[in-house]
Structures are given as C-alpha cells and as structure tokens.
Design a protein around this ligand. Sequence first.
Ligand SMILES: C[S@@+](CC[C@H](N)C(=O)[O-])C[C@H]1O[C@@H](n2cnc3c(N)ncnc32)[C@H](O)[C@@H]1O
Ligand SMILES: [Zn+2]
Length: 274
Amino acid sequence: MLSKRDKLYQAAEMNILRCPVCGGDLTRQGDDFACAQRHRVNVNRKGCLNFLSSPVDSCYDAALFQARRRVFAAGCYQPVADAIEAMLPEGTHCLLDAGCGDGWYLNALLEKHADWQGAGVDISRDAIFQATDQPCTALWCVGDLRKLPFRDGAFTAVLDVLTPANYEEFRRVLKPDGLLMKVYPGSEYLREIRAARGMEPYAEGQVEAYLHEKATVVEARRVTVRHRVTPEVWRDFVWMTPLNQDLSDEEKEALAQRPAETVTVDLHIAAVKL
Ligand SMILES: C[S@@+](CC[C@H](N)C(=O)[O-])C[C@H]1O[C@@H](n2cnc3c(N)ncnc32)[C@H](O)[C@@H]1O
Ligand SMILES: [Zn+2]
C-alpha cells in the first residue's frame, strides 16, 4: 500500500500546481515542490501541501469533521454525491473539491472512477489532515479558495459543496468548457435542528439569483431526503453543522440530548458554466 506521501506524489503527476508566490509552475523537487524561481512548498508529514503563510483560525475544528465523517458514513449525503456524478458530463474528469472539508465527496467520486483525478483544497488544516485519511489518491492542499494554488484550466469541474465561492478563481482554474457544481441549501435543510433551536427555515434565493445573473445554469436538481436517525446520528448532525458553531460544547450536548426522529437533507445542485 502506498504511503500518504507517495499518494500525494502520484497525484501531483497531474502537474497542475502553481507557485503561490510568483504564479509559475510548481513541480516536484526531491521530497518537496518548487518553482523555477526556487520558491518552495514543503510536503507535510500527513501527506498534504500547505499553501497558507500562517494558519487560519477556522470555526471548523477536528470535532466537527469527525462528526461529519460519521454522518457521511451513515449514508446521509450519498444521494447528493450520486446527483453530482449523474450531472457531470460523460468522460474522464479532473476534479477540484473547493472547500473540501474531509474530502468525502471527492473520495466518493474518485473511488468509483479509477481513471478520474482530483485535488481538494480547504483552509482548515484539521479538515485536510482528515482528508488525507481517505482511501483515494488525490492532491490534498491546505489553501485559500480566494487564491487557488492551481494552474489556469487545470480542472474539468469544480465542486463547491456548502462552501463559500470565489467565482473568478473557479473560472480561472476551469477548462473553457468546464463546469462548476454548486451545492447549496434548500429551505428544508436541517429543518429539525433549526426548529429545535427556534430558527426559521433557510431563506433561499440569493445563490440562485446570483448564478442566474452571472453564469449559465446548465442543469439544476434538488435532493430532498428525510432521514430517520438514531440518537447517535442526531448527535453527530448537531456537532457537524456550522449552524451550531455559536453554541458552547455544553449547549451542543444539550441539543444532542433532545433528538428528533428525522433529519432532512435538502440541497440544490446546479451545474454551472461560468
Ligand atoms: C460547511 S463546510 C463544507 C465542507 C465540504 N464541502 C462538505 O460538504 O463536507 C465548509 C468548508 O469550507 C471551508 N472554507 C471556508 N472558507 C474557505 C476559504 N476561504 N478557502 C478554503 N476553504 C474554505 C471550511 O474550512 C469548511 O471545511
Ligand atoms: Zn515561484
């Protein structure tokens, strides 16, 4: 079995990295990566690359990503991954998972398609460290989607799942006929958790309005599934959603102790030409 570092080197053979300092091509030089001007980016012991000059304080911590991983393992988001896959054009893909979190979506797609390639980028180190545990071979990077460390036209599709977007950067790294797969909440998303907190349903419309104004929506789908959940899965949903990041650990635990019988996953998926 390949080590995490070897998996990174293998994924880096795609030659899609860009120097964060001068914008030149970044290629493997011994154990690490460097550009012609000798700006170096080191490979972390976890088998990922770090493009941030200093760590960023993220509300997305290890506990959140561990709970997220269990919710994914329970299959609650599989219909979303299936819809993304069905909406991608036929053929092989080189995917960027932007704001990939623990890399679940990218892994689901790469594990299914041995001839596809991909990279995942997230500003949270905790997220990328967990992503390197995924079985797939991908280029995992700690980085900021406001300045992506990838060459122009590197990807056939960018996945942007429940993550902030930078449409200009997405356009730059996409091939001319590439697609953005934008996933954003529908009004029913996590309604049980919102109700338990006395919150109104998600207000829809803003993302959609932006996409229709600035881009071409090629296809749009909506995945709505009301999952029956055990108290354990309810607890994981409480801990995995950034919705509850304003709560203390004690408050999250109190919410976890008042399980509802279902949790609704309601997400819009838009395939967009930028
Ligand atoms: C709600 S999570 C979604 C994660 C993943 N796409 C998923 O669906 O499981 C949002 C993610 O966006 C990342 N993020 C937020 N701002 C970012 C930025 N400027 N650059 C890169 N990642 C960012 C967070 O660290 C977090 O992992
Ligand atoms: Zn450089």
